[in-house]
Design a protein around this ligand. Structure first.
Ligand code: SAM
Ligand code: SF4
Length: 328
């Protein structure tokens, strides 16, 4: 008998098939718009164990959520992150498990990540200027990130660079970063700063402006409508570039009508929209081993998913946590 495909549609006709899972609130960097002074850390007892996360994934897959992104804080600071990825991949019906990382610990974990099943990885990098990288992240780790990018490409991983530009010198960073897509077969994507946590106090650079600069600066820039993943990025191809340039425009190109995702924090709270602090906690049900309840709560949170965010009207935003607690 063929496999039954489950498709979960929310109240606004959106197919929810993707979940971002934060596995830690800890990080080895201190990005100035995310957690410059660190954060009040959750206690270890509050953080879901790998077995608990896998239980949630199993229920999610049963509902048609088959794509997972592991995030943090910095996911690679949590011991044995690749073991978790391997466990999620072993669930029947999972399509893809990917990872978003700042890249600092990637080289040393690359072999094990690849053997766990990872084929695609997102590396966050906002500048390739060494001094500026230090200013933004608080650490002199750019060489390690570059090494990780090159090794990941050499090992055949699909690599996407995610960049948030956030100061008046953004054009220099923009041109430097897109040069990576010229030189290497990787996608470089620009994410608009969202008014979450300290992002609300940071400069917002519109992706429309970046697209305009791209088109004015290169001769042949065409829309790239090839599927690059499961997210909302819009891509462009530039003549002579090995990779594509992507834009994730949460503010100026609101894509809520096609939003396909929910999020789980490291403490087991399900969030159906980044903008609101509305959450459903799975922890108690998980610790009581009540998987039926877990499944019911996942459905509840999907049916309750707001129609759209309100990032453009700051007053309506109720999320107060930093992005490091949510996972981006
Ligand atoms: N530490 C990992 C990393 O940096 O990729 C994973 C977690 S981090 C919170 C995920 C992504 O969120 C990063 O690409 C980061 O640049 C982005 N981010 C953090 N705060 C943001 C904000 N206010 N608006 C948009 N993106 C943000
Ligand atoms: Fe850490 Fe990622 Fe936040 Fe930077 S953006 S402080 S790397 S969690």
């Amino acid at each position: 008998m063929g496999k039954v495909e489950i498709i979960l549609i929310d109240s606004f006709d959106r197919n929810i098939d993707y979940m971002r899972i934060s596995i830690t609130d800890r990080c080895n960097l201190r990005c100035r718009y995310c957690m410059p002074d660190g954060i009040d850390l959750c206690s270890h007892d509050d953080i879901l164990t790998f077995d608990e996360i896998v239980k949630v994934c199993r229920e999610a897959v049963g509902l048609g959520i088959v794509n997972f992104k592991i995030t943090g804080g910095e996911p690679l600071v949590r011991k044995n992150c690749p073991d978790l990825i391997e466990k999620i991949y072993s669930i029947d019906g999972v399509n893809e498990v990917t990872l978003t990382t700042n890249g600092v610990l990637l080289t040393e974990q690359l072999d094990r990540l690849i053997s766990s099943g990872v084929k695609s990885i997102n590396i966050s990098l906002d500048t390739i200027n060494r001094e500026k990288y230090k200013e933004i992240t608080g650490f002199d780790e750019l060489d390690r990130v570059f090494e990780a990018i090159k090794k990941s490409i050499d090992r055949g991983l699909k690599v996407k660079i995610n960049s948030v530009l956030h100061d008046e010198n953004f054009k220099d960073d923009f041109f430097d970063l897109i040069s990576l897509a010229k030189k290497y077969p990787i996608d470089v994507r620009f994410i608009e700063m969202m008014p979450i946590g300290l992002g609300a106090k940071s400069m917002l650079i519109s992706n429309d402006e970046l697209v305009k600069i791209l088109k004015e600066s290169f001769e042949n820039v065409d829309i790239d409508d090839k599927k690059h993943g499961y997210g909302p990025a819009k891509y462009y191809r530039v003549d002579g570039f090995l990779g594509s340039i992507g834009f994730i425009s949460a503010i100026h190109g609101k894509f809520c009508d096609s939003c396909n995702r929910i999020r789980m924090t490291s403490t087991g709270d399900i969030k159906s929209c980044l903008c609101f602090d509305k959450k459903i906690s799975l922890k108690e049900a998980l610790r009581n081993n009540d998987v039926k309840k877990v499944r019911e709560m996942l459905i509840e949170s999907i049916l309750d998913k707001p129609e759209k965010h309100c990032f453009e009207e700051m007053d309506g935003i109720t999320e107060v946590k930093n992005m490091s607690k949510i996972g981006g």
